[in-house]
Design a protein around this ligand. Structure first.
Ligand code: GSH
Length: 207
């Protein structure tokens, strides 16, 4: 059975969990924390030292985008069949990994805001807040009139969901594109997304 190494504080793990539920793949979960991620045993398996990571037979993989592509290809699901659709999917996934996550994620704005106030880098926070507005605009343009980023629901939507939902829900985008707001609601309504959100501390419904 597929093994997933999961960290319940991680937006990146939320993506992989949504993916597994959408694909209906049974899995065994191994919960990890920072000491485990930094251990020699974990890093011998996964040199990045990051979660999420999966073991699927001989395959050991970290990086949520790589995991998404690997499992979608293996199961031949959640990827458009046309070249045009696939190109949109890939572009959206690379924007997520190269622009969205570094700007708002743990290495970006939310990472800075998570630090105690005295340790925050205020000029960097100001700069990142400007960049986040640009990223929001880019996402709105990429989505356009479509319901999903590749024209149909795909792994691109799953990859974009964690950071985009957090950005919208925290009010970090000053004038969020209306199409992006509607996309977040459409995604949040999916049973796999709602189920996965409940398992992550920063995404579960407030009581
Ligand atoms: N680009 C990676 C990022 C993974 C990542 O940053 N994971 C965090 C948890 S959200 C982690 O494992 N951090 C380990 C650490 O900070 O020591 C992905 O998409 O999977």
């Amino acid at each position: 059975m597929l093994i997933v190494h999961d960290f319940d504080a991680s937006p990146n793990c939320l993506k992989t969990k949504i993916l597994l539920y959408e694909l209906g793949i049974p899995f065994e979960q191994r919960s990890v924390d920072r000491p485990i991620l930094q251990s020699a045993a974990y890093r011998a398996k996964f040199p990045t030292g990051f979660a999420p990571a999966i073991e699927d037979g001989e395959v050991r993989l970290s990086e949520s985008g790589a995991i998404a592509l690997y499992l979608a290809e293996k199961h031949n699901k959640l990827m458009p069949s046309s070249n045009a659709g696939r190109s949109k999917m890939l572009q959206a996934m690379f924007v997520e990994a190269a622009i969205l996550s570094p700007t708002v994620g743990g290495q970006g704005l939310f990472g800075e805001l998570f630090r105690p106030e005295a340790e925050r880098n205020l000029p960097r926070i100001t700069d990142l807040r400007v960049k986040v507005q640009h990223v929001g605009h880019v996402l709105g343009e990429l989505l356009g009139d479509a319901s999903f980023f590749a024209g149909e629901f795909s792994i691109a939507d799953i990859q974009l969901y964690a950071a985009t939902a957090k950005t919208l829900e925290s009010g970090t985008l000053e004038a969020p594109p209306k199409n992006l707001v509607a996309w977040r609601a459409r995604m949040t309504d999916r049973p796999a997304v709602a189920r996965a959100r409940e398992e992550y501390v920063h995404y579960r419904r407030q009581a």
